[in-house]
Design a protein around this ligand. Structure first.
Ligand code: G
Ligand code: G
Ligand code: MN
Ligand code: NA
Length: 255
C-alpha cells in the first residue's frame, strides 16, 4: 500500500506533527489543558488528517512507533512551555488498541518518555476508548492501574458510544470521562441527548471522575453544560486544534 510505505518514511523524517486543541474549564472559561491531535505534514500532499493515516498505522503496526514519537514530542513541548513560564495544564494523548496488548510495553514506554523528558506525570493524560478496554478487560485494568501508579491520568474517550458495561466502570482505574460529541451536537434541542449528557455527568461525578464534553460548537451548548455541572469542554466554539505556536500564543495571552 502506497500510504503505508510513505508513512514509514514519514516517521523516519518526523513529518507527523502535533496540533493542540484547548480544553477549557466551564466554570472559569480558561484553558486547563489540551488534546494532542496528530497531523501528517506530507511534503507533496500537504496536511493529511488522522482519519486517513491512523487506520493505516494500525493495520501496519506503525501505530506503536507513531504514538511513541507523539508522546515524546508532547513531553518535550511541555518542557519548552515550562521554560517559557507557560501554564499549559495537562496534555491528553490518544492511544490505540495495540498499546493495550501484553507484548507492546506501554508502561515501559510511558515511563521512559517521562524520565527522558523530566516531565511531571500529572501533566500527561492518556485517552482510550471503551472498545479498547473491553478487548482485554483484566489486562487493561492492571495496565491502567500501573499507569496511574506512575502518576499519569487516564480518560475514557468517546464515552457512551462503546459497549462497556457500566458494572465494569467502577473497576476501571480512570480519572475522567469524555462525552462523545454525538451527544453534544443536539443537546439543546433533543431531550434524549440532554438526558444522556446529564446521566453521564452524574455518573462521572458519583464515581469521583471529571467529565469533559467534546465537540462544543455553540454558546447554548456551552451554557447547558455549565448549568449542569460539566467540568471541562473542547470544541470549535472555543478553538480548533492549533499548531504549537498558536496554542502557546493563546496560553501567553491568558485565554
Ligand atoms: O484530529 P481529528 O481532528 O481529525 O482526529 C480524528 C481521529 O483521529 C480522532 O478519533 C482521534 O482520536 C484520532 N487521532 C488523532 N490523533 C491521534 C493520535 O495521535 N493517536 C491516535 N491513536 N489517534 C489519534
Ligand atoms: O479523539 P477524538 O475522537 O475525540 O477526536 C476528536 C475529534 O473531534 C478530532 O477529529 C477533532 O478535530 C474533532 N473536533 C474537535 N472539536 C470539534 C467540534 O467542535 N466539532 C466537530 N465536528 N469536531 C470537533
Ligand atoms: Mn481523543
Ligand atoms: Na475524543
Amino acid at each position: 500500500m502506497a500510504l503505508a510505505n510513505s508513512l514509514h518514511r514519514a516517521l523516519d523524517r518526523h513529518e507527523i506533527r502535533v496540533f493542540y486543541q484547548p480544553l477549557v474549564s466551564l466554570q472559569t472559561g480558561k484553558i486547563v489543558g489540551a488534546e494532542a491531535l496528530a497531523r501528517w505534514q506530507h511534503p507533496d500532499l500537504g496536511i493529511i488528517m488522522p482519519n486517513k493515516f491512523i487506520p493505516v498505522a494500525e493495520q501496519t503496526g506503525l501505530i506503536l512507533r507513531l504514538s511513541e514519537q507523539i508522546l515524546f514530542e508532547v513531553c518535550e513541548q511541555m518542557r519548552i512551555w515550562e521554560s517559557m513560564g507557560l501554564d499549559y495544564g495537562w496534555i491528553a494523548v490518544n492511544l490505540s488498541g495495540q498499546h493495550f496488548q501484553p507484548d507492546n510495553n506501554l508502561l515501559e514506554i510511558v515511563a521512559k518518555v517521562l524520565k527522558e523528558t523530566g516531565i511531571d506525570p500529572l501533566h500527561l493524560e492518556l485517552e482510550l476508548t471503551e472498545g479498547i478496554i473491553m478487548q482485554n478487560v483484566e489486562f487493561t485494568i492492571a495496565l491502567l492501574s500501573d499507569l496511574q501508579d506512575l502518576g499519569v491520568k487516564v480518560a475514557i474517550d468517546d464515552f457512551g458510544t462503546g459497549y462497556s458495561s457500566l458494572s465494569y466502570l467502577k473497576h476501571f482505574p480512570v480519572n475522567a470521562l469524555k462525552i462523545d460529541r454525538c451527544f453534544i451536537q443536539d443537546v439543546t434541542s433533543d431531550r434524549h441527548d440532554a438526558t444522556i449528557c446529564l446521566a453521564i455527568i452524574d455518573l462521572a461525578h458519583s464515581l469521583a471522575l471529571e467529565v469533559i464534553a467534546e465537540g462544543v460548537e455553540t454558546q447554548e451548548q456551552f451554557q447547558f453544560l455549565k448549568d449542569h455541572g460539566c467540568d471541562h469542554m473542547q470544541g470549535y466554539l472555543f478553538s480548533q486544534p492549533l499548531p504549537t505556536a498558536e496554542f502557546a500564543k493563546m496560553l501567553s495571552d491568558g485565554k
